[in-house]
Ligand binder design. Structure first.
Ligand code: CA2
Length: 173
């Protein structure tokens, strides 16, 4: 099916450890929105932008690495909040570097206004951009930004799966 034009951008959204607790614990730090609420708002915006979102959460580093590796095939971009692994995980950084899929790093809180150990991100060096401190809105900003960037680049190739949309311009975003 070489040359098939695909209008939908496919974006992988990954939530790291403990983000499943959002809205249920530590609301004064991380806000009242639950992960389901954040996901629902992203899916709504994704629909408006013509993007398909695949959303996953894990407390396990290796599982996140496996999902990042899967993004080599058929994904146009990644939005990731690696949570605490931001500050510890060379494995996640290496996986993101290896797949070479445009990635936006999101943090609910401004990591540069918190403890010293949160000020270093292993991910930022391999990300297209980092959005930090906007709370749940940060995910929507990430989706808009990533979508626009991918479209502007005209880089909507699939690196695997035999389907190519090289150079194809779509109505998405
Ligand atoms: O600000 C962010 O989004 C963080 O990625 C959140 C991580 C933290 O380790 C990073 O430094 C910054 C923590 C996520 C834990 O989320 C919880 C949510 C509710 C209750 C407890 C933890």
């Amino acid at each position: 099916m070489e040359g098939l034009v695909r209008d939908m951008l496919r974006i992988l959204v990954l939530h790291g450890p403990n983000l499943n607790l959002l809205g249920h614990r530590e609301e004064s730090i991380y806000g009242t929105a639950t992960l389901n609420m954040i996901n629902a708002s992203m899916i709504k915006l994704g629909g408006e932008l013509g993007t398909e979102l695949i959303i996953r959460q894990s407390n396990l580093e290796g599982e996140l690495v496996n999902w990042i590796q899967e993004a080599r095939r058929g994904y146009h971009g990644i939005i990731i909040n690696p949570a605490a692994y931001t500050h510890t995980s060379i494995a996640i950084r290496d996986a993101l570097a290896a797949v070479d899929v445009p990635t936006i790093e999101v943090h609910l809180t401004n990591i540069y206004r918190r403890e010293e150990f949160r000020k270093h991100s292993y991910v930022s060096g391999v990300a297209l951009a980092q959005i930090t401190g906007f709370g749940a809105t940060g995910y929507l900003l990430a989706l808009r930004g990533l979508c626009e960037q991918i479209s502007a680049d005209g880089s909507k190739q699939f690196s695997g799966g035999g389907t190519s949309a090289s150079g194809a311009k779509s109505d998405a975003c």
